[in-house]
Design a protein around this ligand. Structure first.
Ligand code: ADP
Ligand code: ZN
Length: 737
């Protein structure tokens, strides 16, 4: 080295030439973060939201760390700007990376789940409200008087709110503003969330409830990660108990998240929260307007929304200080996201708690086998609430053997169930018929030629919806008017409806009990939360005698007058022979049964079945949940299925069957044998055609201790896939269609 240069000079020279390089993760399905240079004028750190150029576009990204140095410095582009918002927390960034690795998804695709609220990062802006602030107007009108009377309370309101509440037009209000009677006040556009009131007393807990609540709060006081199963029969007060854990978390100044299956996110639940904490929680579900989404996102990010109640995607909100997640109805498959990044929000809640160092509570009356296995192995605490609260008792469950008590021809309700319903009706009580099938009939058949009407885009039959006079595909949404003539042989009036859906059961009820007031509850008849709430109110207020419904009625509603529950086809869920068919049928029917007899009138549940001796029916009748779970567990253990083994589902799909089969053959040739791993397939998927795409399945099964993700990633990387073909990977699959 020439003596006139010292080491430090060399170093300085280097720095002067080179700008800092950081890696930026973009919310796109691309392999990883890209490097960008940082302009001298910007100071950025990990987690900062920035805008960067990508091709001709300018897009949002998150600074993920220092640059990787893989691309030559002179070829890097520069960050355009930094966004003035709280940076994404370390915990959330770790969470994104963790899910990407676990689900075999590009990290950017996971990031998208956390940043897909358009405009959330822009400043919230202001809204103008008005309050009394000047002399009364020279000229009075009846309308103006109404407005002035309203404004006496001193509250500031928007023009629209004043007009609506005073019952006048906005022109009247504007007149008063112009006259100087009202003064304008600028407020932040986002209404703030109220702080939960922690001085309120919770419910007066029973000894069992108090014990469970104490265990939960002890974990919160202790700090750090823990997972607890709150295992209590329907109506045992699980909600009241975990509210205590929420209160303890909020008292420490931390945020709390309650995750619910979307369908359970009802007004009733929010009212209970409000009754306990004196304010509404921040809500997060698919029905929110973009404006409300932005409001919640920002309030979570700045820590002013303390309690969030949401569906699975609420996991990805930017909590600065999350201290508790409760997953209610933890067994629900609704927590499993199937499209795009396929993740299970229950499992990811546990991961989030472990990364963030806080407790996670899983609540259920019918815990999943996955969760029970963690309880048995001692990983999760087990808190049990064995009894219903108050005078309510568990309903008696019995089977109606349909071979011995067949319904009349073309009908679906058996004579014994009809008698029970008639009796309830006579006593002024309610009954409910449950059938987890929307529409009128699941299949339309031609009596002349035997043709069955299928979906042109999917490998499935069209379902008749008689009220809408349509045939609909429940997989892709295709629909067409019910034809008069058979599309195959052209015979008129030869089409017959096969099998029942809830609409057909409703029709039968009307015919059998013309005097009864009927409510039909399904996602077709209840569009939106308001319609849902109204139906629940009508039932609660005894404006309804008979309820016919799909699984929409199975979730957590209290109907005090409901004493008879009939399950129209208890065998239905067992027909599809997938891994969890028994477990799920048990969970669903147990949940349905739990609707009966919640108050002081004992309930009776009737399972219409052709297999009364089936273990699922026996477990329901005998109330032997744990024995059933143990039996399921030993079966899965013997066969190496989850939770004792691991599965990855792989679906190859595309519009062109030759291409799909080409890729499948390539995949079949390319997997290497490995100890502890078996690959099944390729096989046509049960839904071999879906939305016009042909589908072929593989299933990878491994023992628990094998890194199945590495194996699959390595395998898939060896096969070149044309653009039109998609290979989707589902780790821990719930659906095998
Ligand atoms: P779960 O979530 O286990 O189904 P809930 O928390 O919904 O049970 O409780 C069922 C019903 O009993 C609710 O109406 C609830 O308000 C009431 N309840 C439960 N525990 C108590 C209690 N300790 N005091 C008063 N009411 C209670
Ligand atoms: Zn279809």
């Amino acid at each position: 080295m020439p003596s006139e240069f010292s080491d430090s000079d060399l170093f300085k020279d280097d720095v002067a030439q080179k700008q800092r390089v950081v890696s930026v993760l973009l919310p796109l399905g691309i392999p990883g973060p890209y490097d960008y240079t940082v302009p001298d004028t910007l100071s950025v750190g990990a987690g900062d939201y920035v805008t960067v150029p990508l091709g001709p576009r300018e897009i949002l990204g998150v600074v993920w760390g220092e640059g990787s140095g893989e691309v030559g410095h002179n070829r890097l582009k520069s960050i355009i700007d930094k966004i003035d918002a709280p940076p994404m927390t370390h915990a959330l960034r770790q969470f994104v990376d963790w899910i990407a690795v676990y689900t075999l998804s590009p990290p950017g695709a996971v990031l998208r789940l956390a940043v897909r609220v358009p405009g959330a990062l822009e400043p919230a802006g202001v809204r103008t409200v008005y309050r009394l602030g000047g002399p009364p107007p020279a000229r009075m009108t009846p309308g103006r008087e109404k407005v002035l009377e309203l404004a006496q309370d001193g509250f500031a309101r928007t023009t629209r709110e004043i007009a609506d509440e005073a019952g006048v037009s906005t022109a009247v209000v504007r007149g008063l503003i112009d006259a100087g009677t009202f003064e304008a006040v600028e407020l932040p556009a986002d209404a703030p969330f109220d702080a939960p009131d922690l001085d309120r007393d919770g419910a007066d807990l029973s000894d069992d409830q108090q014990f469970a609540a104490d265990q939960l709060t002890a974990r919160i006081e202790q700090g750090g990660f823990s997972a607890q199963l709150l295992d209590g029969v329907t109506g045992s007060g699980k909600t009241e108990v975990y509210f205590e854990a929420v209160a303890a978390t909020l008292a420490k100044g931390r945020q709390a998240l309650i995750l619910l299956p979307e369908i359970a996110l009802t007004g009733q639940f929010l009212q209970r929260f409000e009754a306990r904490f004196g304010c509404r929680p921040a809500e997060w579900h698919s029905d929110l307007s973009t404006k409300e989404r932005k409001r919640v996102w920002r309030a979570v990010a700045d820590g002013t929304a303390k309690a969030v109640v949401g569906a699975r995607s609420a996991l990805f909100l930017p909590y600065p200080d999350l201290g508790l997640i409760v997953v209610d109805e933890e067994h629900e498959s609704a927590f499993k996201q199937e499209d795009g990044v396929s993740y299970n929000a229950r499992d990811m809640s546990v991961v989030r708690g472990s990364l963030g160092g806080f407790p996670v509570v899983l609540a259920s009356a019918t815990p999943s086998l996955e969760t029970m296995a963690n309880v048995w192995s001692g990983k999760y605490d087990h808190l049990v609430l064995p009894e219903r609260h108050g005078p309510a008792v568990m309903p008696a469950v019995g089977a109606i053997d349909m071979r011995a008590h067949p319904p009349e021809k073309g009908e679906w309700i058996s004579p014994p169930l009809l008698r029970e319903m008639a009796e309830a009706l006579a006593k002024g009580e309610q009954s409910m018929l449950f059938l987890n099938r929307r529409g009128y009939a699941p299949l339309t058949l031609c009596r002349t030629c035997g043709h069955r009407i299928g979906c042109p885009e999917c490998d499935s039959w069209l379902v008749e919806h008689r009220f809408r006079k349509e045939l609909t595909c429940h997989h892709c949404g295709f629909s067409a008017p019910v034809p008069r003539a058979c599309p195959s042989c052209g015979d008129e009036d030869a089409l017959i409806a096969c099998g029942p859906g809830v609409e057909r059961i409703a029709e039968e009820v009307v015919q059998k009990f013309p005097q009864a007031r009927l409510a039909l509850l399904s996602s077709d008849s209840l569009r939106g939360p308001a319609a849902h709430a109204e139906a629940i109110r009508q039932i609660t207020d005894h404006e309804v005698d008979v309820i016919v419904g799909t699984q929409i009625v199975a979730k957590g509603h209290n109907f005090p007058l409901l004493t008879v529950v009939g399950v129209v086809d208890a065998d239905l869920g067992l027909e599809n022979g997938d891994l969890r068919a028994g477990e799920r049928t048990f969970q669903l029917l147990h949940q349905v049964a739990g609707r009966a007899g919640r108050a002081d009138r004992p309930g009776r549940v009737y399972l219409q079945t052709y297999m009364p001796e089936h273990p699922v029916m026996q477990a329901l009748i005998e109330g032997e949940r744990d024995r059933f779970l143990e039996r399921e567990a030993s079966m899965r253990e013997r066969t190496g299925y989850p939770p004792y083994g691991r599965l990855v589902g792989i679906v190859v799909s595309g519009p062109n069957p030759q291409q799909v089969h080409g890729v499948s053959r390539e995949l079949a040739r390319s997997h290497a044998p490995q100890e502890g791993i078996s690959v099944f397939g390729p096989a046509p998927a049960p839904l071999a055609l879906l939305r016009g795409r042909h589908r072929v399945r593989f299933l990878v099964k491994s023992t628990r201790n094998v890194p199945i993700q590495d194996y699959v990633a390595d395998w898939l990387s060896r096969v070149k896939v044309p653009n039109a073909v998609r290979v989707s990977v589902d780790v821990d699959p719930y659906s095998f269609l």
